[in-house]
Every structure is written in C-alpha cells, then in structure tokens.
Write a protein that binds this ligand. Structure first.
Ligand code: AMP
Ligand code: GLY
Length: 421
C-alpha cells in the first residue's frame, strides 16, 4: 500500500517510523515532513491546510491510505476532503473532531452523558464572566473555547491572574475567534495521565497509558509547552484506576459521539486527572499526542497499519492488539526561548552517537541545510530511551541526550521522576 502521513512533528516521525515496519507498506510519503522523516519517507512540500493540493497529490501518487497527525487540519475537515475524493483517511471527520476543536462542545457532551469532568460554566460576554469569577474559589481554570496551540488554558492561583486571562482571551482576543467563548472550570487536584485509544464508532481499543510534562522547566515550573517529555508505563498508578478511566470515560464518550450522530473514527486521546473521587476528564484530543506517541508506539507489537485498516473497515472489535513490556522515556530537546520566540538554523551534532547508543531519536523541528541537520522549530527532537523499567529507560534516554548538541538547547532533567518517588 502507498501511505501518506500528514504533519511535520515528532508525532509524525514516530507514526512514519512505526508504519515503516509493516510489510504491507510499499511506499511512504509525508506532507510536509521534516529532516528526520525524510530519512525513511519521501517528504512532499505541501502544507497541512492545502487540502486541494494534498488530494491532487494523493490521486497522482495512488495513495491507498492517509494518516492525519495534527489537530488543526482535522478540525478544518481534512478527512472530509479526502473522503469526498474517494481516498480513505484515518482520523475523525470535521463533525467528530469538534470534541477537540470546541471545549464547550466537549464539556456539554460530557455533562449530557454524565461522564466525569470538572464543573464549569461558559461565557460569551466578558462582564458576565467576571461577575461569575468573583464568586468562585481559587485556584480556578480559564479556557478559550477553540484551538490555541496548547496555550489557551490558564490555571490561575489568584483572582488577578484569572481576570487577566479572561481579558486577554475575550477583550484583547489574543487567540482570535478561538476566544469568542470561554469556559471557567473547577480546578482538579491530582496526577495527570494520558490514555490514547484507537476508536471506530463504539469500539474502543486503548493504548498503554502515558504521562506528559507540559511546563517548560523542572519541577513543573514556567509556562506550558506542547509537552517536554513523556513516559510509559505508569508503575505508580494502579491498573484499576486506568481501567476505571477507560470504562467510565473513554468508552462512554465514544458511545455518546455515536448517539449524537458524530461517530468518531481515529485516535481519541483523553487527558485525565486522577482525583480523590476517581479519574476525571480534563480534555479530549482527536488525534495522537505529541510527545505521547513517541513512547507509546515503540511499545506496540501489532502492526500499526493492520490496526488502522481494521478501524477503517469496521473490524477493530475483532483485533487483539499486543504491547511489549518495555518502559519508554522521551526527553524533548527544545530551542532557546521556547515556548516563546526562538532562533532557527542552529547546527545539531551527535545524532548518530545518540542512535548508536540504541536510543530512538525522533525529529520534531529539524531541517537539512548544506548536508547538516539544523533546528527549525521550538521543539526540536524527542529522544526515547528504552529499558526493562522506568529507571533504566530514563538513564538510557538521558545518556543519549548528553551526546546531542546545538546552541541554546534546553531540556528538562526530571522527566519520569514522578514514577520513581
Ligand atoms: P489542556 O490544554 O486542556 O491540556 O490544559 C493544559 C493543562 O492545564 C493540563 O494539562 C492541566 O495540567 C491543566 N488543567 C486544565 N484543566 C484543569 C483543571 N480543571 N484542573 C487542573 N488543571 C487543569
Ligand atoms: N502532549 C499533549 C498533546 O499532544 O496535546
């Protein structure tokens, strides 16, 4: 089969790497891809929002299946565009992707079907939001309704901080139309956990759980990023809690989407908080996580393409998906200044040494310049160490990270420490 993966980050590098192991794949393409992806797939210089050009390319290259990585094109209907042209595409259509594209849609869905999530109210008007805010306990969470590149959420410790977040979303419109509505929600205390699942309508096949590290600095300090590191498994979280999250949150949500006439086909990603009252939903994403994918797919024993084809054919329920017992730890290496402004074009060295140590080096923001790998994004690389337990995988990842150099590089030193205390 000829496969086209859409996207250009570390998640897409990992998806391409995993698909490349399948003997059913004859040719792999990625649009637009990056310098790491170019080592195993043919990169096509078409952007993720150029639906007409992507469809034209898919026809010309006789693409049998498209795998969509990122959220924005899903929310804008990329799967609908491929399907209208008769090209099978794995990912939710526009109506189903709204579970990530609108936080209010997601919250109202969960409320209607009694699925555990934080209490909330929604507002379109700044003054009413402020009046409501004054009566709430702290901390409190303020969220822009639409997609905001992972930056639309503020966990406010003080009233002033919450007011400032509301003002920047609703009055200054820093996220544009994504901030036409806001959600003000109850703060949930606890450990976070990400569970991704292959979903085909009512059928849910969950993946191994992972934990992300969103703030830029050690000790969860500083502003939120797209994710600075992940690990799996979660030895400090009981299997019964993981099962409860799948039974009480992910399966009912897939069923609710069917009942609403928006059956979800693709990867459904639940961001969860393990509270003293059990797991509760923080968010749903309509795609694989980045960098969750970098640790989850290396543990997949079943052929990824076989799973995707089963989901496309409606036979996912009959497929047994197998995982290995490895631990995997991903340390993200980012550019100086990220998550704010950062330079590009810094020469990266030591990639081969890191790979020679057995680590998986997934490229996120890289380009090739005069025969050298250079930085080309905020998050540059995801370095994955593997081992028989978290301690070994962590040591493996950090040993590989130590081989890699570029000017101004930053990474957290405490990825996966939560599993060891
Ligand atoms: P999101 O962009 O929705 O993933 O939110 C970003 C981060 O904000 C999450 O990973 C949590 O750490 C935090 N967060 C979001 N909602 C809540 C909540 N209701 N209670 C506590 N933390 C939250
Ligand atoms: N790592 C979090 C996300 O992909 O949304």
């Amino acid at each position: 089969m000829n496969i086209l993966v859409i996207g250009s980050g570390g998640r897409e590098h990992t998806i391409v790497w995993s698909l490349n192991k399948s003997d059913k794949v004859s040719k792999l393409y990625c649009a637009p891809g990056n310098a790491g992806i170019a080592q195993i797939a043919e990169c096509v210089p078409i952007g993720v929002f150029q639906f007409d050009e992507l469809v034209a390319f898919a026809k010309e290259a006789s693409i049998d299946l498209v795998f969509v990585g990122p959220d924005d094109p899903l929310a804008q209907g990329i799967v609908d565009a491929f399907e209208a042209a008769g090209i099978p595409a794995f990912g939710p259509n526009k109506a189903a992707a709204e579970i990530e594209g609108s936080k209010i849609f997601m919250k109202d869905l969960l409320k209607k079907y009694n699925i555990p999530t934080a209490k909330y109210e929604t507002f379109t008007d700044f003054e009413s939001a402020l009046t409501y805010l004054k009566a709430q306990d702290l901390p409190i969470v303020i969220k822009a309704d639409g997609l905001a590149a992972g930056k639309g959420v503020t966990v406010a410790a003080s009233f002033e901080e919450a007011e400032e977040a509301l003002r920047s979303i609703m009055v200054e419109k820093v996220f544009g139309d994504a901030g036409n509505q806001v959600v003000i929600e109850e703060f949930l205390a606890g450990q976070e956990m990400s569970i991704l699942a292959f979903v085909d309508g009512e059928t849910v096949k969950s993946m191994v759980p992972a934990q992300d590290h969103k703030p830029i600095f050690d000790g969860d300090k500083g502003p939120n990023t797209g994710g600075m590191g992940t690990y799996t498994p979660l030895p400090h979280i009981q299997q019964s809690i993981i099962d409860e999250a799948i039974e009480n949150i992910i399966i009912p949500t897939a069923k609710a989407m069917v009942s609403e006439g928006r059956p979800f086909r693709g990867v459904l990603f639940a961001g969860l908080m393990i509270t003293k009252d059990g797991p509760k939903t923080i968010e749903f994403n309509a795609r694989m996580g980045d960098p969750e994918t970098q640790v989850v797919l290396p543990r997949l024993k079943t052929d990824l393409l076989e799973i995707v084809l089963a989901a496309m054919n409606g036979t996912l329920a009959n497929l047994e998906i197998e995982w290995n017992n490895d631990a995997a730890v991903c340390v993200v290496i980012a550019s100086e200044g990220y998550p704010a402004n950062y330079p590009k074009g810094k020469v990266i060295t030591g990639l081969e040494t890191a790979e020679a140590k057995g680590a998986l080096v997934f490229h996120a923001g890289t380009a090739m310049q005069d025969g050298q790998f250079v930085t080309n994004g905020g998050r540059v690389l995801g370095v994955v160490g593997l081992g028989e337990n978290i301690q070994a995988a962590r040591a493996h990842a950090y040993d590989a990270v130590a081989s890699i150099q570029f000017e101004g590089m930053q990474s957290r030193t405490d990825i996966a420490m939560k599993a060891l205390v």
